[in-house]
Design a protein around this ligand. Structure first.
Ligand SMILES: *Cc1c(COP(=O)(O)O)cnc(C)c1O
Length: 373
């Protein structure tokens, strides 16, 4: 076993960039160069002054362009990442009763936050087997449908559509989907995410694209007298966001890296370009797995196979843990599966920053490792 772990993958097979993690994910060198160039007048300056506020404005306007947002939709942001946004949503997005599609680690977490909130009624939780996704069911008692565009733990993506005949608002966890998958803003009221996946930046921030209905919900709940910690107060976040600020101090480098990534996407053709890169990577990876006699896409339904985070099962006689170790020793990192899924599997992120050619090289590298096991 120790000898296989010393296996050297020939350099001509290796990806030029070995970062395939599902978050934090690959940051492009050009983003970092842009940050370094701006650093003397940007880093270490006040987030309440024009230089940084204009950068926040670039992020907000850039997202508006990227997602082709209809009039009235607004981009909110705050500190704490997606996990914090779930808690904020229990105060200022769920009025009383929510319905959650639960099909993996992340989608189950928001459901748990709501379940534990003493001021909300027990949520409806619709589950399906890992590797699949359930469907929302319209129900007049539901005021918020909690969907997940891409379940990062299992590699399942789902089409985002308002449940037919529903009156509640639709909130979508798009943490790993936003920027890498196509989306129609008419189908959601709140599309929330964080910068460390397709936006190739660091964690710690949440962003939420809100429709007029979602903004109305925030304003109504904020005026309702429901006790809300200020950090989770989405009305405070809304007011600050409108001024291109956050409630408390944000990480300036994170905002800058994200602004560069959004600009790169928009300059090259927008969401069609960025999701097209992920789509091409996914085509290469799943075609390889389908043709392989030792690897199989974990998600059975090809329509549900994620184009941003792929999960690939290996035959019992091929230990994926060893493959991931050898890859890591050769500089190809973070292909390990989601820890709690417990499968003989690799998980490979194909966010827009990842070069599709590097995905092809990764497949060749895995073939080489397995051939030498
Ligand atoms: C990464 C991820 C999260 C967690 O994001 P944090 O910013 O770390 O809180 C939540 N949901 C999904 C779908 C994710 O991929």
């Amino acid at each position: 076993m120790s000898s296989i772990e010393n296996l050297q993958i020939p350099s001509e097979l290796l990806p030029r960039d070995g970062r395939f993690g599902a978050g934090p994910s690959k940051v492009r060198a050009e983003q970092l160069a842009a940050l370094v160039a701006d650093a003397p007048t940007y880093l270490g300056t006040s987030h309440r002054q024009a230089t940084v506020r204009n950068k926040v404005g670039e992020v907000r306007d850039g997202l508006r362009d990227l997602f082709n947002l209809p009039d009235g939709y607004e981009v909110l942001l705050g500190n704490g990442g997606t996990t914090c946004f779930w808690d904020a949503a229990t105060f200022h997005l769920v009025a009383n009763h929510s319905q959650h599609l639960s099909f993996g680690e992340f989608s189950s977490k928001f459901a748990s936050s709501v379940k534990d909130a003493p001021h909300l009624s027990d949520p409806q939780i619709i589950k399906s087997e890992v590797g699949t996704h359930p469907r929302a069911v319209a129900d007049d008692s539901v005021d918020l449908y909690a969907l997940t565009h891409n379940e990062t733990s299992t590699g399942v993506m789902m089409n985002i559509e308002r449940p037919a005949g529903s009156t509640g608002i639709v909130a979508v966890d798009a943490t790993s989907a936003a920027g890498g998958l196509m989306i129609d803003p008419a189908q959601f009221d709140c599309y929330y995410f964080a910068p460390q996946k397709s936006f190739a930046s660091d964690g710690g921030l949440w962003l939420a694209i809100c429709s007029p209905a979602a903004i109305e919900r925030i304003e109504t709940l904020a005026a309702s007298g429901r006790w809300t910690p200020a950090f989770f107060d989405l009305k405070i976040a809304l007011d600050n966001s409108r001024l291109n600020q956050t409630y408390n101090t944000p990480a300036l480098a994170t905002i800058h890296l994200m602004a560069s990534q959004i600009k790169w996407m928009n300059d090259n053709g927008g969401l069609a370009f960025s999701s097209g890169r992920s789509g091409r990577s996914a085509e290469i990876l799943y075609t390889w797995a389908d043709a392989s006699d030792f690897a199989t896409p974990f998600v059975a339904n090809p329509e549900e196979r994620s184009k941003v985070v792929a999960t690939i099962d290996f035959n019992d006689d091929v230990d994926a843990t060893i493959i991931a170790k050898v890859l890591r020793a050769n500089g190809v990192v973070d292909t390990e599966p989601y820890r709690k899924l417990g499968r003989n599997q690799l998980r490979i992120a194909m966010f827009p920053s990842v070069d599709p050619e590097d995905v092809a090289s990764l497949c060749a590298s895995i073939n080489y490792v397995v051939g030498n096991l």
